[in-house]
Design a protein around this ligand. Sequence first.
Ligand SMILES: Cc1cc2nc3c(=O)[nH]c(=O)nc-3n(C[C@H](O)[C@H](O)[C@H](O)COP(=O)(O)OP(=O)(O)OC[C@H]3O[C@@H](n4cnc5c(N)ncnc54)[C@H](O)[C@@H]3O)c2cc1C
Length: 282
Amino acid sequence: MEAEGITFITSSVIDTKNRAEKLKQTYDAVALCCGSKKPRALPGISDQGIPGVCYAVDFLTAVTKRLIAADGQTAPSDAASDFSVKGKNVVIVGGGDTGNDCIGTVLRLGCKSVTALEMMPEPPEVRAKDNPWPEWPKIKKTDYGHAEAISVFGKDPRQFQRTVKSVNRDKNGALQSVVTVGVCMQKGKLKEIKGSEKTIPCELLLIAAGFIGTDPKTARAFGVELSSRGTVKSGETLYHTTVPGVFSAGDMRRGQSLVVWAIAEGRACAKEMDLYMMGYTV
Ligand SMILES: Cc1cc2nc3c(=O)[nH]c(=O)nc-3n(C[C@H](O)[C@H](O)[C@H](O)COP(=O)(O)OP(=O)(O)OC[C@H]3O[C@@H](n4cnc5c(N)ncnc54)[C@H](O)[C@@H]3O)c2cc1C
């Protein structure tokens, strides 16, 4: 890509009005492709800075950085040494793809146990009558992380319709155990089931409860509007934002998605930018 004339400026975060303005003045068009990694919090838990409580993507990023450093490709970063897993009881909140990646990762790092909590009911093993082909199959998916946990511990790590209600800490403030509670949907709202609390040992709690859009700092710096889902709003065309000359693509525009979509959006966005600058596109 560099040979094609693309300049990469690493370690440069464009999230202030001054920097955004400078970029807009220097270039005819700007594309914002900053992802959608703002995590959904567990109220009263993930915002307390408790040692041993961590957002899933921060954890996975630190583990990957540690692996790269161990390979001798970079100097080890401080953040990467913060998360030890060996011998720990791990609880993961969130039963999606990110939660599954966390299960696989903590197993390979030698955790003592792993429990994955999912607030939704357990899906059926086969399609329900009201979910025929060619609709998306709403069935229980056993991914690689679940399969590895079953192989190592002899049981599925998932507990459905359950979440973490509170945490207990030792005298040094570190995480010691979590109180889990059964939940169910009542009139569209998640309700706790009285008397269903259980306390389980836990020295590492990973929060993989989904994403609530892009980091608003960058969008604010460029003055682009966000939707109620925390994604960038389209302006005159799909990839044009509400600010002339500023475009957006990938997760930042469509919400947390897949690599294939990010690639397709990047290409379609480039085409719109070409049209905007040249008046035509081939
Ligand atoms: C744990 C996890 C597992 C996943 N597994 C899969 C998978 O197996 N298959 C799959 O297809 N998809 C997977 N995805 C989804 C996939 O990672 C995303 O859909 C894809 O990376 C989106 O690409 P993007 O370029 O839009 O954003 P990103 O890949 O998120 O890239 C955004 C980049 O912008 C940088 N950035 C943000 N703000 C600024 C700023 N202000 N200034 C400068 N730089 C900034 C960020 O540091 C980041 O490097 C996974 C996602 C997660 C979280």
